[in-house]
Design a protein around this ligand. Structure first.
Ligand code: GLY
Ligand code: MN
Ligand code: MN
Length: 548
């Protein structure tokens, strides 16, 4: 019996939460106000918290809130829903524009997984209305009064979760009837979401509805592109007719047929992502402050590793130093799995095994970012394990550096993402040609196979429109050269992977490199690597001597 009790206790699931928000209720009220301004008339937006992910058996990954949900709420707990209404709603308490649904208190669950909140406490976070999640079941029943229900596409990757209930003082493990799985199922039914929903057909229908006389051909091209991805779309009569040579007034007829086909649906899975991209690509002052902190913490990690590194270290040990620094400064997490790759591992763009034990005299590519109160940095330095660049390493490094330097300087308001990428590419192509590694500029794509830049924020790859740069965007500038073994060039270049990545704030006075504190040029890197490390006296016992 005793064993049985122990087993039940051990089998109880584990799930911790990430950091709460550091920003004020007012910050999130403003975010929701800006969101509402962009909503179409008579629409409602329905956003769900992130699912809990299982690590192993009864242990879950540390919970990480969905960034869009967090952006609008600052709310860090699972099994929650947010509704925002374009037009004022009324109830007995008066007018409201938003309502958040959160899990009810449960002493037993809180004993295991930590505090849940009273509705009054959640209300202090600045929401017009706060309700228990059970109320979502009721409130979602009359969504057909809205012209549009804005939502993200269902991903169908949510586990049905268990909870515990007491009856007559006996504890039972049961399906949680109000977990995210059930809340989404309720919502799905409420909006009449088709079981055989086809995303491409949906998109084609949207384009047909948007088609006008002036841009008719452009919309037809878009629909033809969708059909190219799935030829079964041609079995849809409306899509097939829309792609035929248009007769006079044909597109009006196609539109009418489409509207008729869609008459039972008012959900919209395109507009919400667009609004979030518009909002999130421009950072507020509060967000800039948190991102500056996340970047500064990551910079200290790079600096400390530059001082501590020697060829006897392992990739994991290096990762550990960065991540220790992050925790030391109060960052709860990394914004993405840390990348520490020596030599050939540096040529794998998203290498995360970090299991090489001997760095030899190779270049070590370190792409890591602290996540500070939800906001993540994304900084890469590539340094020689032995503190000195070889001639080949230096020649390639200088090309990446020159490319990055030009792109950072060009990160000016009004310039396009495309133009700064092109600038960085041309410099790398020119450099590789001069070294005889390639013959034609177009071949550089083989050694510089990724983009130059992305927004950072609550996501390491934050949403945005990727048109022109605007003030208060924070973007990465991260060119690279990667020459894996057996590449068609002199073997002396093989197994060198280099990326230099900085986080740049675009302002009306020009770019500010927020991660400039971590040296980027080879002279300063070599000089810093000669400095004494704070970890020099951090010597642990030889482990085998401690194994009993
Ligand atoms: N660390 C992922 C990236 O640089 O985009
Ligand atoms: Mn990165
Ligand atoms: Mn990046």
């Amino acid at each position: 019996m005793k064993n049985l009790i122990v087993l039940t206790l051990l089998l109880f699931f584990f799930s911790g939460h990430t950091q709460k928000s550091k920003l004020t209720a007012e910050h999130y009220q403003n975010a929701r106000k800006s969101f509402r301004q962009k909503m179409p008339d008579n629409s409602v937006a329905v956003l769900f918290s992130a699912p809990i992910r299982n690590l192993a058996n009864d242990v879950d990954y540390i919970y990480h809130q969905d960034p869009n949900f967090f952006y609008l709420t600052g709310w860090h707990q699972p099994h929650s829903v947010l509704m925002i209404y374009k037009n004022a709603q009324t109830d007995s308490g008066g007018v409201y524009h938003e309502k958040i649904y959160v899990p009810e208190r449960n002493d037993y669950m809180e004993m295991w997984n930590g505090k849940r909140y009273d509705l009054e406490e959640v209300k202090e976070l600045g929401f017009d209305r706060v309700a228990e999640r059970v109320d979502f079941k009721h409130d979602s029943q009359n969504l057909d009064r809205f012209d549009k229900v804005l939502m993200f596409e269902f991903k169908n990757d949510i586990r049905n979760q268990k909870t515990y209930v007491f009856r007559d003082n006996v504890r039972y493990k049961v399906d949680d009837p109000l977990d995210l799985f059930d809340l989404k199922a309720t919502f799905r039914e409420a909006i009449n979401f088709p079981n055989d929903f086809n995303r491409l057909a949906y998109t084609a229908y949207q384009r047909i509805m948007q088609a006008d006389e002036e841009n008719f051909e452009a919309f037809r091209d878009e629909v033809a592109y969708l059909v190219n991805q799935d030829s079964l779309l041609m079995e849809d009569e409306i899509i097939r007719d829309f792609l035929k040579e248009p007769a006079q007034d044909f597109y009006n007829e196609a539109k009418m047929k489409t509207a008729f086909a869609l008459r039972n649906y008012n959900f919209d899975i395109e507009t919400l992502a667009g609004i979030m991209a518009d909002l999130r690509e421009i950072k507020t002052k509060n967000e800039i402050d948190l991102l500056k902190k996340a970047v500064a913490i990551s910079v200290v990690g790079q600096i400390e590793v530059m001082k501590a590194m020697h060829p006897g270290m392992s990739e994991r040990e290096i990762q550990g130093i960065h991540e220790f620094v992050y925790r030391k400064y109060g960052a709860a997490d990394e914004g993405y799995p840390s990348i520490v790759g020596a030599g050939k591992n540096g040529c794998v763009l998203h290498y995360i095994e970090n299991d090489e034990e001997d760095l030899h005299n190779q270049l070590v590519l370190m792409d890591l970012g602290a996540e500070y109160y939800g906001y993540t940095a994304d900084v890469t330095r590539t340094i020689p394990a032995n503190g000195v660049f070889s001639a080949e390493q230096k020649a390639l490094y200088q090309i990446v550096y020159d490319s990055q330097e030009a792109a950072i300087n060009a990160s000016q308001e009004g310039n396009s993402f495309r133009s700064i990428y092109k600038l960085s590419y041309d410099i790398i192509a020119e450099g590789l040609q001069q070294l005889g590694i390639i013959n034609e500029a177009s071949e550089a794509r083989k050694y510089y196979p990724h983009g130059l830049s992305h927004h950072i924020g609550l996501d390491v790859h934050d949403p945005g429109n990727y048109g022109n740069l605007e003030a208060n965007m924070i973007i990465t500038i991260e060119p690279g050269i990667y020459i894996p073994e057996n590449s068609p060039c002199d073997p002396k270049w093989w197994n060198i992977g280099i990326r230099i990545e900085d986080d740049v704030l675009v302002t009306s006075e020009g770019p500010i490199n927020l991660s400039a504190g971590a040296p980027r040029d080879w002279e300063r890197i070599e000089a810093l690597m000669k400095e004494e490390s704070a970890l020099k006296d951090f010597i642990l016992p030889e482990i085998n001597s401690l194994i009993q």
